[in-house]
Design a protein around this ligand. Structure first.
Ligand code: ADP
Ligand code: ADP
Length: 245
């Protein structure tokens, strides 16, 4: 049974550069994409810049609504949900960004950054939330001393660990990583990728792993989908797709 099933997904924007230009002047950033992700699996999405990978990611986590198609999470089509219902569903799917710094409020300390999703979803009382935050720091290999620090005091690798901790806060079953290591030095990339894989095994997480870098996608993924101009042009086991590339 798939945790995520994407069927005939379409997202049109007003005319911009790139994408698949339609006669209407609309651009299909995503032009009919279907794939499934199973529990504990990593599905890699690869393709050149502008092919629609990030848009698929934002649709899957519910940050945007599809123009057409279905996004079925655990049997529920989130495209049909209203905002409040979607919020509840969103606990199961979280996004990890390329630039975690940009995704955080620079005026918030780490303790507040990690507490925020727990508070919004009203998870536990203050002491339960504090315990959960400590557990999250341990899971991503950050010292408890960072709780009183601000994002600008972190290195790139530490910021991605923090972004991962925040994504994990509500115990999601699926994390969409949108170029989660692309801004890091290669040696730091390996540390973050290995952490993601260790946590996947420990927590039974599934990933949609988005990157323009085929070698990184190959390293992480069980199956890979190759996107071109808003479409999936190839889907298969990682070793088959990489050999054909
Ligand atoms: P990728 O992640 O593969 O680089 P994106 O999903 O970011 O690709 O973009 C796919 C296409 O959709 C591009 O042509 C991009 O310019 C366009 N696009 C993405 N987001 C928007 C938006 N919010 N408004 C208009 N066009 C967009
Ligand atoms: P609607 O289309 O119903 O007006 P929006 O698409 O504007 O809803 O956004 C729904 C709300 O859900 C937004 O406030 C957004 O910040 C929030 N949201 C989106 N994705 C997530 C997520 N992964 N986790 C938590 N909240 C999210």
């Amino acid at each position: 049974e798939a945790i995520l099933s994407v069927r005939d997904l379409v997202k049109d924007y007003g005319a911009t550069t790139g994408g698949l230009l339609r006669a209407s002047g609309q651009v299909s950033a995503v032009a009919g994409v279907s794939f499934e992700v199973h529990p504990g699996e990593t599905f890699g999405l690869v393709g050149e810049s502008g092919c629609g990978k990030s848009t698929v990611g934002r649709l899957v986590v519910g940050l945007e609504k599809p123009t057409a198609g279905q996004i079925v999470l655990d049997g529920t089509d989130i495209a049909t949900l209203n905002r409040r219902e979607r919020r509840r569903t969103h606990r199961q799917v979280q996004l990890m960004f390329q630039d975690s710094y940009a995704a955080m409020n620079p005026r918030m300390r780490v303790d507040a950054i990690l507490a925020e999703p727990l508070e919004i979803q009203q998870v536990g009382d203050t002491s339960a939330r504090r315990a959960r935050i400590t557990e999250l720091l341990d899971q991503v290999g950050l010292s408890r001393r960072v709780l009183e620090r601000y994002p600008h005091e972190f290195s790139g690798g530490q910021l991605q660990r923090l972004g991962l901790a925040r994504a994990l806060a509500l115990q999601p079953r699926l994390i969409v990583g949108d170029e989660p290591v692309s801004a890091l030095d290669v040696s730091i990339q390996a540390q973050v990728l290995n952490l993601m894989r260790d946590l996947q095994r420990e927590l039974g997480l599934a990933y949609v792993f988005i990157s323009h870098d085929l070698s990184v996608v190959d390293y992480m993924s069980d199956r890979i989908g190759v996107m071109y101009l808003g479409k999936l042009v190839e889907v298969g086991p990682a070793h088959d797709v990489v050999r054909a590339a």
